[in-house]
Design a protein around this ligand. Structure first.
Ligand SMILES: [Zn+2]
Length: 83
């Protein structure tokens, strides 16, 4: 009789140990946050901004129309200053 009680207790203890291990593994998997991808950050391009000498609009310097050493938002504004 005591052998049966020993095996039942052993099976229950092993069952609880396995359940505890599985719960810990599931908790670890749920709380695991993947590290931010450095590639996503490196794709952002920082561009210089400038303002139109005529209307004051701010825009990327690569889109500027340059005339007489000043930046303009469009050829129309560059032409207005000349007239
Ligand atoms: Zn302008």
């Amino acid at each position: 009789m005591s052998r049966i009680v020993f095996w039942v207790i052993l099976i229950i203890v092993v069952g609880f140990a396995i359940r505890a291990k599985l719960r810990a593994a599931i908790r670890r998997a749920e709380t695991h946050v993947p590290p931010p991808r450095p590639a996503a950050q490196s794709t952002a391009v920082i561009e210089n901004m400038t303002s139109c000498a005529h209307c004051g609009l701010h825009f990327p310097a690569s889109e500027a129309v340059r005339a007489e050493g000043q930046d303009y938002c469009s050829p129309a504004h560059a032409a207005k200053l000349n007239n």
